[in-house]
Design a protein around this ligand. Sequence first.
Ligand SMILES: [Zn+2]
Length: 318
Amino acid sequence: MSFASDVRGEIAREPCAHDCCARSEVAAALLASGGISFRGPHRYALSLTAAEGAVARRYFAMLKQHFGITAQIRTLLVDALGGRTRYQLVVAEADAPALLEALGLLDPAALFGVRQAPEASAVRYACCRKAFLRGAFLLCGAVNKPEGQYHLEFAAPTEEFADFLSEQVQYFEFSAKKTCRKAKYVVYLKRAEEIAGVLALMGANAAVLQMENVRVAKDMRNRVNRQLNCDVSNIGRIMNAAESQVRDILYLDEQVGLDKLPKPLRDAARARLENPEMSLGALGEAMSPPLGKSGVNARLRKLAQLANKLRAGEDTEL
Ligand SMILES: [Zn+2]
């Protein structure tokens, strides 16, 4: 089971208490499913096709409880190779006009007399707006598992429906974007906190919790990685600097001999040769007597200057 499927399963178990919400949600589900077809004047075929049995059962129960309609559930095998099952809820043709009327979707001015989005009055209350999002998500929604890239979308069959859906998301102050993909109008969200917000609106609380857990783990991992990258680049810097110091010291030894150097320089040179991987601070601590970081730095700089002068053939005083 995918994360999206789990989320739909969770939302499908969310009770729908009010008639106002049932109207809004069933309208959203029918329109999102693209399940309204025109059969002639006052004749419509209504169906919902869902990926989860729980979704089909939810609307079976809602039609019965809130509209007094007994629908039928059929099982479809969509892809013979993949063996994917779909659950189709079919409303008897005789019940279709009354249901469309009750949902406020009949409109003589609309194409084939059916609206592609409900009237604004269908979502008069916040509870009905949430119900609309639930219906739309259960039939055309998807969400990525939080371990991957954050993404929640509704793939709407018409632009009118997509725009109405966007308005509902925006009402709750989440910023939905819209794009076109394979003849669908896709309304989507990308930010983790907004996705969690929309999931919470639809009642997917377990999914929100799971997202939060993964988000915390992700943040932690990012912080650790950042720290690690930082450490690695510091080590790289130390190694580069130490390498050129060692080269200078070996050159001095070859040209004049380390024994000839003044004691402070000689000690620093020997310490560096023995500990090429150490940072300046650690190198100072390893010397006896111990020396501060800036003291070590000054001596190593002096050694580098000497080596450079020698290389350039300038006079040097030790
Ligand atoms: Zn309501």
